[in-house]
Write a protein that binds this ligand. Structure first.
Ligand code: SAT
Ligand code: MN
Length: 611
């Protein structure tokens, strides 16, 4: 662990562990602007982890958990106002406003830089600036995707060590002149001499800003994961989607799983669901049907490129899991429970048990008799409030997952057979629908709708369009993004393209209960998907695509009546006719950026619905 320039010194970079001149110049420039007391170059070592976590314990930001329960793990509580992504404070600062499109907030890049520069001026005073060299995806990739985050938050620094490949080996691999995405982060809470720090420094003013042409990220005011771990959504989705548009690949909000059938055939499946709609659960599924096996490659982000053989290959750029805690339990996701049991994790905004472990709603059937809740207050089952914030998270190394597929670290990625799009809808959307072809699948993704969750600030449970589950993450004009998706399919060999499906685990019956049991039973839907790929099972052609015939979906041993199954699979023309005006209104937003092929898809749907 090397710390340069103690308080009062001139932040000398002579001993910096790199001779990368652009990196050094940028670190110097940011240090001069933000005026930290010291600069620390992260090496990613165990000693550094210990020093940082000790410091965070001392500061009251985190509490060390009982090592017999969760070794080398910590309980963190944020400021109660800093608990989720802030979409209304997230900006795509492209040079032209039209390039941000109607779904993003836009500000002129020069104006934004001027305003944020004033916020950053002196913002790290009294603090350490951490330099975090990181690589999204394997370091052994043909073109390793480097980034460097400068942050004044030790919480961010330890979380980055879990979520990304980072440290001295990355800095070394960057050599003297590798390209990297500069990621600047400050919690915006400078300390005056003698001023007592708070446990969770942040600022009421927040900006999460992407500069897509410059491939640069500036984040200010928040310490929460999605706003501050800049390798994640900001780089691997917003900036990477702009790179992918320019370079002919896809950066997507998708899990990646490996499915092995009883007869040994292997299929890799990618699936896009909005935040907090079960990506982590599906990625680690334990199928209830005998002989089927799931292994995990990723739970949140997939970068996909065509290989020389014409197939679409996916890589998970991340190194950790940042999963929604509530609802994760031995019944719903035993593999996530086994992953966190190994320790080395940071739990944020969950509850603390009296014996130094963590708990959240849904972990066990019965809550403990007493907890310390996410706001640090005494909690009992009679408290009348949840103990853990609905967007509380576990941050844990993906390599600890007992069913990690060894290929997750292969820089070539894995060939994808099927892409699933899914949302959270009480009505209208059947359990699973197969697209007729790639363009129809893009139509399904582009019109995906879902009820909002606690993963972002704002109202929960409101249906909104969330194209490809990427609404908050597309780094450019979403109309152009749809065109890019269509072009990717057009240039490819149709027979080798992944087949596209639309799933909905969340349909409700008339009493408001879920129709489909979900979780491990979703393996039955995966089975139907691969049996469709292999041409083994039948489907009913409906106005919206191919839906399973009741016999083709394996429901053996499942407690589901024929009526319930029919309701899961139902395509109600009246509901769909009601859906059409909303789709037309959605498409209208994009003006001439919307590919005409998507209007043609809508016309086809209308004709099939008799409209
Ligand atoms: O909050 S994160 O953006 O890191 C996770 C999510 O919302 O998908
Ligand atoms: Mn996500």
């Amino acid at each position: 662990m090397t710390t340069f320039a103690e308080p009062g010194s001139d932040l000398d970079l002579d001993d910096a562990p790199t001779s990368h001149s652009r990196l050094l110049a940028w670190v110097r420039e940011v240090a001069e602007l933000t005026q930290p007391d010291r600069i620390h170059w992260c090496d990613g070592s165990d000693e550094e982890w210990t020093a940082l976590t000790d410091e965070l314990v001392e500061a009251g930001t985190i509490v060390r958990l009982n090592p017999e329960k969760k070794p080398n793990s910590f309980w963190a509580r944020t400021d109660p106002t800093d608990v989720a992504r802030v979409e209304e404070r997230t900006f795509i600062c492209s040079v032209n406003e039209a390039d941000a499109g109607p779904t993003n907030n836009w500000r002129d890049p020069n104006e934004m830089k001027a305003e944020m520069t004033e916020l950053y001026r002196g913002s790290m005073r009294g603090r350490t600036m951490y330099v975090i060299p990181f690589c999204m995806g394997p370091l052994t990739a043909a073109n390793p995707m480097f980034g460097v985050e400068l942050t004044d938050s030790p919480y961010v620094t330890v979380s980055m060590r879990i979520m990304a490949r980072m440290g001295a080996h990355v800095l070394q691999a960057m050599g003297d002149d590798a390209d990297f995405v500069p990621c600047l982060h400050s919690v915006g809470a400078p300390l005056e001499p003698g001023q007592q720090d708070v446990a969770w420094p942040c600022n009421e003013t927040k900006f999460i800003t992407q500069f897509p042409e410059e491939r640069m990220i500036w984040s200010y005011g928040s310490g929460y994961g999605g706003n501050s771990l800049l390798g994640k959504k900001c780089y691997s989705l917003r900036i990477a989607s702009a790179m992918a548009r320019d370079e002919g690949w896809l950066a997507e909000h998708m899990l990646i799983l490996k499915l092995t059938a009883p007869h040994g055939a292997v299929h890799y499946i990618a699936a896009a669901f909005p935040s907090a709609c079960g990506k982590t659960n599906l990625a680690m599924l334990e199928p209830t049907i005998p002989g089927w096996k799931v292994e995990t490659l990723g739970d949140d982000i997939a970068w996909m490129r065509f290989g020389d053989d014409g197939r679409l290959y996916a890589v998970n750029p991340e190194f950790g899991l940042f999963g929604v805690a509530p609802g994760t339990g031995w019944k719903t996701n035993p593999n996530a429970m086994r992953t966190i049991a190994k320790g080395n994790s940071v739990f944020t905004n969950v509850a603390l048990t009296d014996d130094g472990d963590i708990w959240w709603e849904g972990m066990t059937d019965e809550p403990p008799a007493h907890l310390t809740d996410w706001k640090g207050r005494d909690w009992t089952p009679d408290s009348g409030e949840v103990s853990s914030h609905p967007n509380s998270r576990f941050c844990t190394p993906i390599e600890q997952c007992p069913i990690i597929a060894p290929e997750y670290d292969d820089p070539r990625g894995v060939p994808i057979s099927a892409i699933l799009f899914g949302g959270r809808r009480r009505t209208t959307i059947p359990l699973v629908t197969e697209a007729r072809d790639w363009t129809h699948g893009v139509f399904m993704g582009a019109t995906l709708s879902s009820e909002t969750t606690a993963a972002a600030t704002g109202q929960v449970g409101v249906v909104r369009r969330d194209p490809m589950a990427m609404l908050p993450f597309i780094g450019y004009n979403a109309g152009d993004y749809f065109a890019h998706w269509i072009a990717m399919g057009k240039d490819a060999d149709a027979i080798k393209l992944p087949k596209i499906f639309y799933v909905n685990w969340f349909r409700r019956d008339d009493d408001g209960g879920f129709l489909w049991p979900g979780f491990g039973e979703n393996g039955r839907v995966l089975k139907w998907v691969v049996e469709r790929l292999e041409g083994l099972v039948a489907a009913t052609e409906t106005p919206i695509g191919h839906v399973p015939t009741p016999e083709s979906l394996d429901t053996s041993g499942l407690d589901l009546t024929a009526e319930q199954l029919a309701k899961c699979l139902e395509v109600d023309p009246a509901e769909w006719r009601a859906e059409v005006p909303g789709i037309a209104e959605w498409f209208d937003k994009f003006g001439d950026h919307l590919p005409t092929l998507l209007w043609a898809e809508l016309d086809g749907l209308k004709a099939r619905l008799g409209l």
